[in-house]
Design a protein around this ligand. Structure first.
Ligand code: 5RP
Length: 225
């Protein structure tokens, strides 16, 4: 665990170096992004950088504000220069699964509206094939039971995300179903199928979205571009 945190810190610090004065920066969600926020806040105070942040979750917004980072609403940002986010699983084709932290809907919207997207991950997240991390799908609460039954019929092994017996509700007021697939042979086909399902708001397959992945190692970082 200590090693993984060190790798996350290395990736986060490298990403913080990409930030330039005057940038509008998309701020992802998760423990790796928290290290990035710390590193960014350090740079802001030490180098007097003027940065504006667009956040991807209420959690990140709270943390960024507490670190003194100026935050604006996505609709008030003429453009987002660079978004830095984490991921749950990535492959060497620059695709990934996100949503372990339940923020992938806002993360995908921010990424989609960014000029450049960089992910920061520890080395254990790089896999040959996606799917070992259960695929999160954000769904509308109304009719969610029907949709889950439908996913079961399609052998997608859905599990409604709960904590302490209570269904998790996302920042946008939806439920999350995790599809336990073990491996995803055809990510584009699966993504299209999920995009077409009534009641699905978004899914955690991020295909052709990221420009660079910074993988932390115990010694430093390596990049996928
Ligand atoms: C949240 C996400 C996170 O980026 C992902 O879960 C990675 O988190 P961590 O950096 O804590 O491992 O997609 O929705």
């Amino acid at each position: 665990m200590e090693n993984i945190n060190l790798e996350k810190k290395h990736a986060a610090k490298a990403a913080a170096q990409l930030i330039k004065n005057g940038m509008t920066v998309g701020l992802g969600t998760g423990s790796t992004v928290n290290y990035f926020l710390d590193a960014l806040a350090n740079r802001i105070s030490q180098e007097n950088l003027k940065i504006i942040g667009v956040t991807t979750s209420f959690k990140t917004a709270g943390r960024a504000k507490s670190l003194g980072i100026t935050i604006i609403d996505i609709d008030d940002a003429p453009m987002i220069d660079l978004t830095v986010d984490g991921a749950d699983e990535v492959d060497c084709h620059m695709n990934g699964i996100k949503g372990g932290g339940a923020a992938f809907l806002m993360e995908k919207i921010v990424a989609h509206n960014s000029n450049r997207v960089v992910w920061i991950v520890d080395s254990q997240k790089l896999h040959e094939q996606l799917g070992s991390f259960p695929l999160p799908v954000e769904i509308v609460p109304f009719g969610s039971g029907k949709l889950i039954t439908d996913f079961k019929k399609h052998h997608l092994h859905p599990v409604l995300r709960q904590r302490d017996g209570k269904t998790i509700v996302t920042d946008m007021g939806h439920f999350i179903v995790d599809l336990v697939l073990n491996k995803i042979d055809q990510p584009y086909q699966l993504g299209q199928y999920l995009d077409g399902k009534i009641g699905v708001v978004e899914h955690g397959l991020f295909l052709d979205i990221v420009d660079e992945i910074i993988i932390g190692t115990s010694a430093g970082v390596r990049q996928l571009k």
